[in-house]
Write a protein of this length. Structure first.
Length: 362
């Protein structure tokens, strides 16, 4: 058993509390990882807000980390102590019918199908003050040591800087992949990205890499525009600057709407606005932002009847164990610069300050 620090969420709506926790050794098929760095994704904030009713508290959040294998359980063959790894919040078991389908990245062992609040054997490896603490998405990267099923761990290049490539655990591949995989942005096309936080900026990078000629960033926080432009946005607009709905503004700016639109915020009204912003016949809209589970979106069916395609994505469509190590190699070859997404670096003791910065749009 390892004693270390972790940021524990004891209840919905409460700040995280940095505690000493005990982390049990990995059982068969599990890996214990020393987490070196973790990002904060808005999905962790959704968790603290109580948007996931099937997640039990107390829980250790965090799902965008990188670390080093400390020990492995019986039967683990794909990683060994000392290997650098990225924990995968979307696993790839390699055996289920979805993993065997080349078109799918949704492993049937993913958290949407199987509650991942405990490890697969329905027990937790974390205790604190004598209480069992739940896991989050089987990765819980807000702990200095965490235990993860082998099929939710990807071995990466030993040269990778863990304080940078931790972003390849969620935010960057989600956004970048949304443009490349589900949307399949074509060269010369026009794109609109609703919300240019960490994930939305990664969508901008993906659209640019795919050769889009016009990329319109839409955000209510104009402080986000400088970075969006640096990464390839050609226009930046705030819905607050217009009297008419933003979908009408975008349709006028482009003639008949954009070829591809992306919702990267997580509100019902921006999801329907993003859908209405793309070409009524050939447009493709990809939903990336998350709404509380059980939410309902109402829409005019004509929006789809005229031919538009509306899709969603988890983690940008990548088969995670196959693709994350390749993305790390591309990062090392400087094929993209995800470091631009890093705005602040804080010690774990200041994790709540990190969430304050996220809420303040910083
Ligand atoms: P973030 O907080 O960094 O960015 C959100 C951005 O949206 C901010 O820049 C904010 O100013 C902007 N915004 C808020 N309200 C707006 C409005 N009404 N109009 C225009 N812009 C508005 O968040 P993030 O970490 O980039 O995550 C974005 C969303 O993506 C979240 O909902 C998150 O849960 C989701 N997400 C989904 C996946 C997936 O696999 N589908 C993965 C990661 C994150
Ligand atoms: Zn995330
Ligand atoms: Zn699978």
């Amino acid at each position: 058993v390892i004693r270390c620090r972790a940021a524990v969420a004891w209840a919905v709506g409460k700040p995280l509390s940095v505690e000493e926790v005990e982390v049990a050794p990995p059982k068969a098929g599990e890996v214990r990882v020393k987490i070196v760095a973790t990002g904060i994704c808005h999905t962790d904030e959704h968790l603290l807000e109580g948007c996931f009713p099937n997640v039990d508290f107390p829980v250790i959040p965090g799902h965008e980390g990188a670390g080093i294998v400390e020990s492995v359980g019986e039967g683990v063959t794909s990683v060994k102590p000392g290997d650098k790894v990225i924990p995968l919040c979307l696993p790839q078991c390699g055996e289920c019918s979805f993993c065997l389908n080349p078109e799918s990245n949704y492993c049937l062992k993913s958290h949407v199908s199987v509650p991942q609040n405990l490890l697969p054997d329905k027990t937790s490896r974390f205790t604190c003050k004598g209480k069992q603490i739940h896991h989050f998405l089987w990765v819980s990267t807000f702990a200095e040591y965490t235990v993860i099923p082998e099929y939710a761990v990807a071995k990466i290049d030993a040269a990778a800087p863990l304080d940078k490539v931790c972003l390849l655990g969620c935010g960057f591949p989600t956004g970048y992949g949304a443009a490349i995989n589900p949307a399949k942005v074509k060269p010369g096309s026009t794109c609109a990205v609703f919300g240019v936080g960490g994930v939305g900026l990664s969508v901008v990078m993906g659209c640019k890499a795919a050769g889009a000629s016009r990329i319109i960033a839409v955000d209510i926080n104009k402080d986000k525009f400088a970075k969006a432009k640096e990464l390839g946005a050609t226009d930046c607009i705030s819905p607050h600057d217009f009297k008419k709905p933003i979908q009408e503004v975008l349709t006028e700016m482009t003639g008949h709407g954009v070829d591809y639109s992306f919702e990267v915020i997580g509100h019902a009204h921006t999801m329907t606005a993003a859908l209405a912003s793309c070409n009524m016949n050939t447009g493709v809209c990809v939903m990336v932002g998350e709404l509380a589970s059980g939410s309902v979106i109402s829409l005019d069916p004509m929006l789809l009847l005229s031919g538009r395609t509306w899709k969603g994505t988890l983690l940008g469509g990548w088969k995670m164990r196959d693709c994350i190590p390749k993305l790390v190699s591309s990062y090392l070859e400087k094929k993209f610069n995800s470091d631009v997404l890093i705005t602040h670096t804080l010690p774990i003791a200041k994790v709540n300050e990190g969430f304050e910065l996220l809420r303040a749009g910083k």
